[in-house]
Design a protein around this ligand. Structure first.
Ligand SMILES: [Zn+2]
Length: 166
């Protein structure tokens, strides 16, 4: 990698450390020509396999454009979408895979989207989880309702979150 200051093609690694979430390595480098230091970040390449079988690099903007439609008319800001895409990328990278199906990226969006906006979540889930009947919607809404009631109960009683998986 070229030194960003003098374009020398050589550099020496002076420090390497893993980022807190373990998804990347930061290397502190020093240029032997000009002596300046710079940082490089190494992450695994992450490919998304589309339904057609074509692989393309994971892209946060693709996540955002996929979710934006479901968020139409909802009180969701661009910042909300950017944060959601970041959460999705972190979740996918934390799973440690190098390739992921586009469909699985869709599934990874569901959790953060549910926290962001429940109507957008239902729209999105109906597509990605293949809802094909009113019953599927009823089940999903019932689940959201139970979770909302649990959350309200936690707030009013001041008790800790129950240890059940959600
Ligand atoms: Zn240099």
């Amino acid at each position: 990698m070229h030194c960003p200051f003098c374009r020398s093609s050589d550099s020496r690694v002076v420090d390497s450390r893993l980022t807190d979430d373990g998804s990347a390595i930061r290397r502190r480098r020093q240029c032997p020509e000009c002596g300046k230091r710079f940082t490089t970040v190494e992450t695994t390449s992450l490919s998304v396999i589309k339904r057609s079988g074509v692989a393309e690099p994971f892209s946060r903007s693709k996540v955002i454009s996929g979710v934006r439609k479901a968020c139409q008319g909802r009180p969701v800001t661009e910042d909300d979408l950017a944060l959601l895409a970041q959460d999705v990328e972190e979740a996918v990278r934390a799973s440690g895979v190098a390739e992921i199906d586009a469909h699985e990226v869709g599934l990874a969006i569901l959790g953060p989207l549910q926290k962001l906006d429940q109507v957008a979540y239902l729209r999105f889930a109906s597509v990605y989880q293949g809802f094909d009947s009113l019953e599927d919607f009823e089940k999903a809404i019932e689940k959201l309702r139970l979770e909302a009631e649990n959350a309200a109960a936690r707030v009013s009683s001041g008790k800790q979150r129950p240890l059940t998986a959600t």
